[in-house]
Every structure is written in structure tokens, then in C-alpha cells.
Design a protein around this ligand. Structure first.
Ligand SMILES: [Zn+2]
Length: 291
């Protein structure tokens, strides 16, 4: 394999999805073959429409957990689970169930997600936040209520939230940090997922960014301060090839950067080791050469 990386350097994709009807474990095998070691696997709605009951969310989280276990067993990759009801689910739920019932459903599902964190079945609540496209006033108001609930659940579970939202500029990062503070969360507990533009830690008001690992963002972000991560947001949806980056992207970028300049391995420890420790309180466990 061209551009082998130091054996003690974990290679982490901080946000991806896998589906039982997509490639599933095969995609994770590609990640491992490219040199990847740790995946943060985020739940998603697997059915044709989002869950209507908290039981439905429990089943959804369990599908994610089973996929994560298979990835671990069959590829050796370390998998960290991230679970929560997806904020975009509200777009279908609010008009059909009514806003109070939809908010209550999300509140209960968030409490369930918080229990999974306390039971060490998951490491964070996500994706939580706001639809990234314009929605009507009722859905918008429901999403705001639910985001505060997510922050409260994370505070109780002592874990981070992984935020899905529109692209954030520095004032929007500040507003999110302020909202989190009101609900008792520190800035390092609020991870902005799908960040597209490398910003300084001050411009992010101290919030960790999870950068989409496009080449230019990857290079720019590597010059920045912890905490930050790289992600592909791999969707594992055969119907939407190329909608996001492939799961092999982050190990490939890391290897190419290392082949060009071996001293970059110190910089790579920021997203792959230091940020994981700071935000999640876990030291990435070593992974062998792979099966
Ligand atoms: Zn995602």
C-alpha cells in the first residue's frame, strides 16, 4: 500500500452512516483496506418514512448497533455509535402528528439516546439540530424546542451533541455556543457536523468542527487548532452514489499527505487522537493491521 502510515496513528472517520440495504460491512472493509481504524457510526431513519413511536426509534438505534457490531467483528474497525432522532424527521411528523406530539416523541427518543450513552452503548447524541433547508414556522419552532431538549439530554448524559444544521458562519457559531451555554453545555460538547469551510477555533466560538474531508478543506483544516475532526458523511445509499464522500476518503487523504511529508503525522494526531480525547474523553484504542 502506497504511503503507509505510522502504526500507532489511528485514522478516524468522525461521521458516517451504514445501511442494512446498502453496502454495509463491505463499505467498512474498504475503509479498513485503505488504512482506516475508527468509525463514528451515526444512526438514521432506515424505513421509507421516519418512526412514529419511541419504539420505532429504539428499533432504529438497534439496527445501527447491530451494523456496528458486525463491522467490528468482520473488519476489526473500532465503531463508536451516535444516536438520536433526526431533526429532519420533524418535517414529516409535525404536519401529521401535530407539533406537541412530535416534540414529545423526540423528547422521549432523546432520553432513550441519553440512556444508551449512560449504558455505554453510544458516545454522543446525533444528529440533532435543525433542518438545513427552509421549513414552515411550525416545523422550525418544533426543531428549536427539540434542539434544547437534545442539549438537556446531553447535559444529563455528560456527552457531546453532533449538530446537523445549515452551514454556520462565525456569528451563527456564536449563537449556537450561547444557546448551549444556556442549557448547561460547554462549547467542546457541541460538534458542528458537515462543516465545509475551515475556520479558526475563535471563529467557531470554541466549538469542534467535523469537516467534510474534501481535499482543500482537509489541507486547510490541518493547519488549525484542536478540537476538530474529519468526516465523509458516507450515506451508504446505492441510489445516491457520489452524494457524499466515499468511506475510503479519509485514510487515502491521510496516506497521501504523509507520503508527501512524513512530519504531517504530528498534525494528523490533532483530529485523530487529541480531539477524540478532548471531546469524547476516550483515548483511541489501538487497532491491529486488520484481517
Ligand atoms: Zn450524517
Amino acid at each position: 500500500m502506497a504511503g503507509l502510515l505510522p502504526a500507532d496513528l489511528p485514522i478516524v472517520d468522525h461521521h458516517c452512516h451504514l445501511s442494512p440495504t446498502g453496502e454495509g460491512v463491505e463499505a467498512a472493509r474498504r475503509f479498513r483496506a485503505a488504512g482506516g481504524t475508527h468509525l463514528f457510526l451515526c444512526t438514521q431513519s432506515y424505513g421509507p418514512s421516519p418512526p412514529r413511536t419511541v419504539e420505532g426509534y429504539r428499533e432504529q438505534f438497534e439496527i445501527t448497533e447491530r451494523l456496528g457490531r458486525r463491522v467490528r467483528e468482520e473488519t476489526g474497525a473500532v465503531v463508536h455509535l451516535v444516536v438520536a432522532p433526526f431533526p429532519v424527521d420533524l418535517v414529516g411528523q409535525v404536519p401529521t402528528m401535530g407539533r406537541p406530539a412530535a416534540v414529545e416523541l423526540h423528547r422521549e427518543a432523546l432520553q432513550l439516546a441519553g440512556r444508551w450513552v449512560r449504558d455505554r452503548r453510544a458516545v454522543a447524541l446525533g444528529e440533532v439540530g435543525r433542518p438545513h433547508f427552509p421549513v414552515d414556522e411550525e416545523v422550525r419552532a418544533a426543531a428549536e424546542e427539540v434542539l434544547r431538549e437534545a442539549m438537556r439530554s446531553a447535559r444529563e448524559a455528560h456527552c457531546p451533541i453532533v449538530v446537523h444544521s445549515e452551514d454556520l458562519d462565525p456569528p451563527a457559531f456564536r449563537a449556537l455556543a450561547d444557546l448551549a451555554r444556556e442549557e448547561g453545555l460547554g462549547p467542546s460538547q457541541v460538534v458542528k457536523h458537515y462543516a465545509r469551510k475551515a475556520l479558526s477555533l475563535a471563529e467557531r466560538s470554541g466549538l469542534p468542527a467535523s469537516y467534510v474531508a474534501r481535499q482543500e478543506t482537509f489541507d486547510r483544516a490541518l493547519e488549525g487548532e484542536a478540537p476538530y475532526f474529519f468526516e465523509t458523511d458516507f450515506l451508504d445509499d446505492p441510489g445516491r452514489p457520489g452524494a457524499v464522500l466515499d468511506l475510503g476518503t479519509i485514510p487515502k487523504r491521510a496516506r497521501a499527505a504523509y507520503a508527501k511529508d512524513p512530519s504531517v503525522s504530528e498534525r494528523l494526531r490533532i483530529p485523530f487522537v487529541e480531539s477524540v480525547e478532548r471531546v469524547y474523553g476516550v483515548r483511541p484504542e489501538p487497532v491491529g493491521a486488520g484481517p
